[in-house]
Design a protein around this ligand. Structure first.
Ligand code: UAG
Length: 495
């Protein structure tokens, strides 16, 4: 791209050296820089990108964007000094990739729990409507039906803009993005021109990062408030009417609000809810009339998730009756109360729940059809929000038997993690097993006919982080292997 055109979006303090005519690429990681790239030095949580400008230069960077003066050979490269490199990166990325989000219908979904379910549902429903759609979130980036891995739930600004550009270039007209509070706080969303943003719920999570619920809630709210930065086209905010943050978020946005819920009067209101093993049925009152909704998704939290997905797509003009019909055909959201197909007299679900609230909802969702015991595998992560641990165990205590284990130990002492969780246990039917594989096998080993096992914590993730290493790990495979071992020779009555 022409350098002067690119830089026209920036307010620079000073330019040193001679600018090249063209820039090949933007990069924030010195290790990935190639000849002719512009390298932006950003201060991080672990290291400062300014410490790597020499590596970027030796890899061929022709421009360094920095917050301070740097010693470098200004005959072969240029230095641009700005006040805030993170903000500069957002401006440069949008300009370089030509504002891709403004060329598509962009949906953003935020909240503590339910982001992956709502975005996955919306993406699946858009695809079933025959639309082109990208999905970005915890499970990676999906362009139409092709999946690509990604490092964060909400990618960094450069990755976001690059992937959006890729989607636009391949003709994609819609994108659905999971928006994390880290993403909002770190400016990973700057310049993304959302058309509809949706809030699921807010509960205890990430307090290692945000410190208080007030700060966490306020950060989430910025997504609704910052929509006001771009007043060019109509935008809609979709809010959970039953969440205590509803009024605050309604007040923070300048845009029209559509509400959904099952308790307080809402634009999309569900009643007569029936839960059973094969799914959920409810009556939906909507601005377009009343409909009977049938979904194979389990539990009250999925009533909220399905309402959020329907309301968000309605906000962009889809007909409620069509959405209700399409919802019936969406089988499940991977790793979210997903029934694992095994040849066994017990039922096993895989779930991503790793917050107190999500664990409570996960157990609640099977209570209506509980016949015998509920065995719950509860896992938490090392080096992450430590305050939530006892509360997770407290909620897990609603199950008859609990196995406390670890999702990703990272660098933390596993005994310490388990002991912290254990403090919240409300009964004595539990065991601590640090090794996740062993914990899952133990749950399956204990399960008797008609028991329900819920393996929670990692959902469909295919790795485990131990120390600094990302090792292969798959809960579903372990469930299947353990069940095959325990129930070898079992013949189902329905076969
Ligand atoms: C604490 C945190 O959020 N860190 C995020 C942050 O990293 P950072 O700013 O600390 O980066 P850093 O490693 O210190 O490096 C600073 C700069 O030096 C550069 N560098 C570094 C090393 C080098 O050799 N050369 C070099 O140029 C880096 O490219 C970077 O530009 O910015 C990076 C790019 O956006 C993120 O990938 C990274 O997420 C880390 C991996 C992470 O684990 N984040 C979690 C907490 C997170 O964001 N989670 C949410 C999900 C929450 C939910 O479940 O709801 C998410 O959206 O994923």
């Amino acid at each position: 791209m022409d350098t002067r055109l690119l830089l026209s979006c920036l307010k620079v303090k000073k330019i040193y050296g001679r600018l090249p005519e063209k820039i090949n690429n933007l990069e924030q990681d010195s290790r990935k820089v190639n000849t002719g790239d512009l390298f932006i030095c950003t201060p991080g949580f672990t290291v400062d990108g300014h410490d790597f400008y020499e590596e970027a230069l030796s890899n061929g960077a022709s421009i360094i964007v920095s917050e301070r003066h740097l010693e470098m050979d200004l005959n072969s490269s240029a230095l641009i000094v700005v006040n805030d490199t993170k903000k500069a990166m957002a401006l440069l990325a949008n300009k370089f990739y030509d504002y891709p989000s403004s060329k598509m219908t962009a949906y953003g979904v935020t909240g503590t729990n339910g982001k992956t379910s709502v975005t996955t549902l919306m993406h699946a429903m858009l695809r079933k409507e025959g639309k082109t759609a990208a999905l970005s979130g915890t499970n990676g980036i999906k362009i139409n039906d092709e999946m690509f891995p990604s490092d964060n739930t909400t990618c960094d600004i450069l990755t976001n803009q690059r992937e959006l550009k890729k989607a636009v270039t391949s003709g994609v007209e819609n994108m659905v993005m999971e928006v994390s509070s880290h993403g909002i706080e770190q400016g990973r969303l700057h310049g993304i021109d959302f058309d509809v943003v949706t809030f699921t719920n807010l509960s205890h999570e990430h307090l290692d990062y945000h410190h208080t619920m007030e700060k966490y809630g306020y950060t989430k709210g910025l997504l609704f408030a910052q929509l006001g930065n771009n007043l060019q086209n109509a935008k809609i905010v979709v809010l959970n009417r039953d969440d205590p943050w509803y009024s605050a978020y309604k007040g923070m946005t300048a845009y029209e609000v559509i509400s959904y819920g099952i308790k307080e009067d809402a634009n999309f209101f569900a009643e007569n809810i029936l839960y059973n093993e094969d799914g959920t049925h409810y009556t939906l009152h909507s601005p377009e009339g009343t409909y009977q909704v049938e979904t194979s998704l389990l539990g009250e939290f999925n009533v909220y998730n399905s309402l959020a997905a329907i309301a968000s797509l309605y906000a962009d003009g889809y007909s409620v009756s069509e959405l209700v019909t399409i919802l019936k055909t969406v089988a499940f959201v991977p790793g979210r109360m997903e029934k694992v197909e095994i040849n066994a007299p017990a039922t096993v679900y895989l779930d991503y729940a790793h917050t107190p609230d999500a664990i409570e909802k996960s157990i609640q969702s099977v209570l209506p059809f509980k016949k015998r015991k509920i065995i719950f595998v509860a896992g938490t992560g090392g080096d992450r929000d430590k305050g939530k641990r006892p509360f997770m165990a407290e909620k897990a205590s609603k199950a008859d038997y609990v196995i406390l284990t670890i999702n990703d130990p990272r660098y933390e002492d596993t005994e310490e993690i388990l002991r912290a969780m254990e403090k919240g246990m409300q009964h004595n039917s539990y065991v601590l097993i640090a090794d996740r594989r062993e914990a899952i096998s133990h749950a399956i080993e204990l399960a008797e006919p008609d028991d329900i096992v819920i393996v929670a914590g990692k959902g469909p993730e295919d790795y485990q982080i131990i120390g600094g290493e990302k090792l292969p790990h798959n809960d579903i495979e372990i469930i299947k292997e353990s069940s095959a071992k325990k129930y070898a020779g079992f013949v189902s009555n329905t076969d």
